[in-house]
Design a protein around this ligand. Structure first.
Ligand code: NAI
Length: 258
């Protein structure tokens, strides 16, 4: 059985996804900047915020999977409390880089899943900006080009996740001839370490208010089974889609009741 490559395996949603995949006997190659406390498979310690880290991660994954891989889940993510260059590098170019470099290892019928976010609403309005940024040939130049755009640098997490939705559709189209599917999952607020950063970034009241509206925060177990489903052949006709898994938050915010 070919392995699945996952990023962000050392915490939260990625750790739970790894457990579920291991539980059904899938060999794993896990990538994270932090070593996991619990992980069964080949672990690659790499920082996906730099090109060097991305290259090292892709090379180590390729070396561990000489016969190819059965899927790729880009779960690692950085909150908006980190410097905007780091947020955009990991959340956008990390995803693009791993998909493009590992695509040759992904055979027909395999799948890629990217983690976007339920906050990335109205993404069609920013499609042109995401297209110019996320598809730029030169990553460093793309980052420099938005350095004075306060809307982007001030809301780097939101923009990064809008770009993930955009990239997901774009990569699904790009990889359609190879029969590799690409989908995204957009969680609402999930009780993992990143939630504390969201409280600092978006405001404690807003995040706590969302939890109160929904009755509870999400758990990794609300999200990981959806990622698992998108990696399996049973979801073979789901392609280029985003699945919002947010307890109804997006529906509420987009409604006349909000
Ligand atoms: P988490 O903070 O528990 O896990 C994130 C993982 O990504 C950590 O293991 C971390 O070490 C890894 N990571 C961060 N920067 C990295 C880098 N430069 N190189 C390598 N690994 C790096 O967060 P959680 O909740 O598991 O988040 C998973 C994904 O879900 C992220 O993409 C996040 O943006 C997204 N998401 C999470 C939500 C939440 O409320 N928890 C809501 C919406 C989206």
């Amino acid at each position: 059985q070919l392995p699945i490559v996952l990023t962000g395996v050392s915490s939260g949603i990625g750790a739970r996804t790894a457990q579920i995949l291991s539980g059904r006997g899938v060999p794993l190659i896990g990538i994270d900047r932090n070593a996991p406390t619990q992980f069964s498979g080949t672990f690659v310690q790499a920082d996906l915020s730099s090109q060097a880290g991305l290259d090292a991660a892709a090379a180590a994954a390729a070396a561990a999977a000489p016969h190819g891989i059965a899927g790729l889940a880009n779960i690692a993510g950085v909150p908006g409390t980190a410097p905007w260059r780091t947020v955009l590098s990991v959340n956008v170019f990390g995803v693009r880089g791993l998909v493009r470099t590992l695509a040759p290892l992904l055979g027909e019928g395999t799948a890629v899943v990217n983690l976007a976010s339920s906050v990335a609403v109205q993404w069609r309005d920013v499609k042109e900006r995401c297209s110019a940024f996320a598809l730029a040939a030169d990553q460093a130049a793309a980052l420099d080009s938005v350095a004075n755009d306060k809307e982007i640098t001030g809301e780097s997490y939101l923009f990064s996740k809008q770009c993930v939705r955009f990239l997901t559709e774009h990569l699904a189209a790009e990889l359609l001839p190879q029969r590799i599917r690409v989908n995204s999952v957009s969680p609402g607020p999930v009780a993992t370490p990143i939630l504390e950063d969201f409280k600092k970034d978006h405001g404690r009241d807003k995040v706590e208010g969302a939890g109160a509206l929904l009755g509870r925060f999400g758990e990794p177990d609300d999200i990981a089974p959806v990622i698992d489903f998108l990696l399996r052949p049973e979801s073979g006709w789901v392609n280029g889609s985003d699945i919002r898994v947010d307890g109804g938050l997006g529906a509420y915010r987009g409604s006349a009741l909000a």
